[in-house]
Design a protein around this ligand. Structure first.
Ligand SMILES: *[C@@H]1O[C@H](CO)[C@@H](O)[C@H](O)[C@H]1NC(C)=O
Ligand SMILES: *[C@@H]1O[C@H](CO)[C@@H](O)[C@H](O)[C@H]1NC(C)=O
Length: 363
């Protein structure tokens, strides 16, 4: 392959200037690529400058060399095709993915948006696979208009996701954007998502399985809230050790949400929601349900996915007049060892559907 990257040798003042040409292996060399075909993964400091990804192709950043840094620069855009994606995929160990000042990664979602999300209509590409990353950081990315789900974080260990902005608010205009989850987390250990700023039309966060997951300092608007679940019916059905704190949820269907799948088995243990602010919530301020089925909850909670050691500490704010501040549907004996303090959600109408509510909680 003809290398079309531009190598840059960064020399500190007073350094000896060597006559040897810069090689991609040099730690100080960065390589700038302007099209997908030229990307050379042997470089460990990759700059993606204003890349237009051809329709139906993944911007493939998998199996990067250890310690590779990837920087998005300018506008990254994607051609239109009906396919499952992902538009971007990254894997490796000690990887850093970041964005240069002024960059935008534009998922060009409006080409796919038909109001049906992943439930029908056009086949839409998922946006970003952060799969099989180890000891890595994704930070300072400015994303807009994902066709459907945003970041899929799966089978990672020790990943920091900091200062990610996703603006899918254009998808509200025609009700076109749907199932645009910001972060879906599964089968991962040690994930911290901090300072996210999300405008979307589905979960701001959805944790299906995993251990030691933190979501801190997030701002979520327009979507379905900060969710655990749905849990059950997948290959991995255990959520253990989650802290969601110092975050706000506004203009959304739900605030705090835990949904376990009707009739399924699994476990949700040691989950804490702390210092969460709700405003203008349209359906439920806090919803904990063990009767979940995509589209239509059964109303009959089952007890195969117990929710234990759940703490809500400082969940405050308001819901709209037609919403319920709190709704809890637990199976028989499957919600236990809960702590509730400083839970104050005002507005709306009290739910009449609560079942098997632990005594510390009120519904
Ligand atoms: C809480 O989150 C906001 C961002 O929403 C951040 O500015 C602030 O520093 C955070 N505070 C603490 C105590 O973490
Ligand atoms: C609960 O989960 C948090 C976050 O992963 C962790 O720091 C804490 O040690 C866990 N507590 C127990 C008792 O396992």
């Amino acid at each position: 392959m003809v290398a079309t990257y531009v190598s840059t040798l960064l020399l500190s003042a007073g350094a000896l200037v060597s006559a040897a040409p810069a090689r991609v292996e040099d730690r100080a060399a960065s390589c700038t690529f302007k099209d997908v075909a030229s990307i050379d993964k042997s470089c460990t400091d990759i700059v993606l400058d204003s890349i237009s990804v051809p329709a139906g192709q993944t911007l493939d950043l998998t199996k990067l060399k250890d310690n590779t840094k990837v920087t998005f620069k300018g506008t990254t855009s994607f051609g239109y095709k009906e396919w499952k994606g992902p538009l971007i995929s990254v894997s490796g160990t000690k990887i850093t993915v970041t964005g240069a000042s002024g960059h935008v990664i534009d998922g060009n979602g409006a080409k796919w948006w038909d109001g049906k999300g992943s439930n029908g209509g056009k086949t839409k590409p998922k946006f970003f696979y952060a799969h099989s990353l180890k000891q890595s950081t994704i930070s300072n990315l400015n994303v807009k208009n994902t066709p459907v789900q945003g970041f899929s974080i799966n089978t990672v260990t020790d990943l920091v996701v900091d200062h990610i902005t996703i603006d899918n608010s254009a998808g509200d205009v025609t009700n076109g954007g749907h199932n645009t989850d910001a972060f879906d987390v599964g089968s991962s250990t040690g994930v911290t998502i901090s300072n996210a700023n999300i405008k979307n039309q589905d979960d701001c966060l959805a944790i299906n399985s995993g251990k030691d997951i933190h979501f801190i300092g997030g701002t979520c608007s327009g979507g379905h809230g900060l969710s655990i679940g749905s849990v059950g019916g997948r290959s991995d059905n255990t959520v253990d050790g989650v802290v969601i704190e110092n975050s706000s949820i506004s203009n959304s269907d739900n605030g705090v949400r835990i949904k376990t799948v009707s009739g399924a088995t699994g476990a949700v243990n040691n989950v804490t929601y702390k210092d969460i602010t709700l405003s203008n919530i349209a359906k439920y301020g806090v919803i904990i349900q063990q009767d979940y089925e995509n589209g239509s909850p059964t109303g009959k909670p089952t007890n195969g996915v117990p929710i234990t050691k759940l703490t809500l500490d400082g969940v405050k704010g308001s819901v709209t007049s037609k919403a319920a501040p709190v709704q809890i549907l637990c199976g028989s004996g499957s919600c236990s060892d809960w702590t509730w303090k400083g839970v104050s959600v005002t507005g709306g109408e009290k739910s009449s559907k609560c079942q098997n509510v632990p005594s510390v909680a009120s519904c």
